[in-house]
Design a protein around this ligand. Structure first.
Ligand code: BGC
Length: 258
């Protein structure tokens, strides 16, 4: 079965049909630029265009770069502040005409990696997936189960958010090489290690495809591995999440009827 997964990123919004049994894409990815300032109505319009592009009618899953609690956004680090308090699921359902299930973007990427990527090897213990892109996103799994909305990118390190110290956006702004960036990222990894003693750090997001450039500079008691699904993880995870949430909702409605 195919479900449309979408991922809202700092520079682009991507969508693709995802086979939710295998985690593979059943269509090409379609990407539109993220509207400037990323305000709710503009982003919703862009999402509608992507849904139309696929002539799609089913449920959609959306990875969103903020704290998302029961469909409502509660933070806005790299998007317009007017998102805070917005019921994102409701807004997107209204605009697209498709029932929308929304979750944090890093949580979405983590779900996909744990189910179809490198995370399959780390179903026991604590796994931390970090997406390194415009911000630093985090998804924490305990024995394969997600602890949502952890927002480790906003943990302060020497008075500054981890993501301001070592995101991919900071690397580009400062024109750092990978080894210069890795020195800063090492401090982030060491801080998380001290606090959470994970078994593995999975490095995802834009930085995952350059893993071989910087892996030699990173040290941890935990294993450090690159994500396998690369930039696809977010939309794959969002589609899985939508499919599962919808099936759960339907089965609980059926139980009530019986
Ligand atoms: C946001 C997170 C998001 C991450 C990656 C951070 O700035 O607070 O919610 O997961 O960026 O997009």
């Amino acid at each position: 079965m195919d479900v449309l997964g979408l991922d809202i990123g700092g520079s682009g919004i991507k969508g693709a049909l995802v086979n939710v049994t295998t985690g593979s894409l059943s269509s090409d990815r379609y990407r539109l630029p993220t509207p400037e300032e990323a305000r709710p109505d503009d982003v919703a319009q862009t999402i509608s265009k992507i849904v139309k592009h696929f002539s799609y009618k089913g449920v959609i899953g959306v990875g969103f770069p903020a704290v998302v609690h029961h469909g409502v956004a509660y933070s806005a680090a790299n998007i317009d502040k007017s998102w805070i308090g917005t019921d994102v699921s409701k807004l997107l359902t209204q605009d697209t005409g498709c029932k929308s299930y929304v979750l944090n973007d890093a949580d979405a990427a983590g779900l996909a990696e744990m189910e179809f990527g490198i995370g399959r090897k780390f179903k026991k213990g604590v796994a931390i997936l970090l997406t390194v892109g415009t911000g630093i996103g985090s998804a924490v799994f305990i024995d394969g189960k997600l602890f949502p909305n952890t927002e480790l990118g906003h943990l302060e390190i020497r008075g500054k958010d981890a993501e301001r110290r070592a995101s991919d956006a900071t690397k580009s702004r400062k024109k750092w090489t990978w080894d210069e960036w890795a020195m800063r990222f090492q401090e982030v990894i060491s801080t998380y290690e001290r606090l959470f003693s994970p078994d593995v750090f999975i490095i995802g997001g834009g930085a995952s495809k350059y893993f071989s450039e910087y892996e030699k500079f990173l040290r941890s008691r935990a294993e450090i591995v690159p994500a396998q699904l690369l930039n696809q993880a977010g939309l794959v995870g969002a589609a899985i999440y939508a499919h599962r949430s919808d099936s759960l909702l339907k089965s609980s409605k059926n139980q009530k009827k019986a």
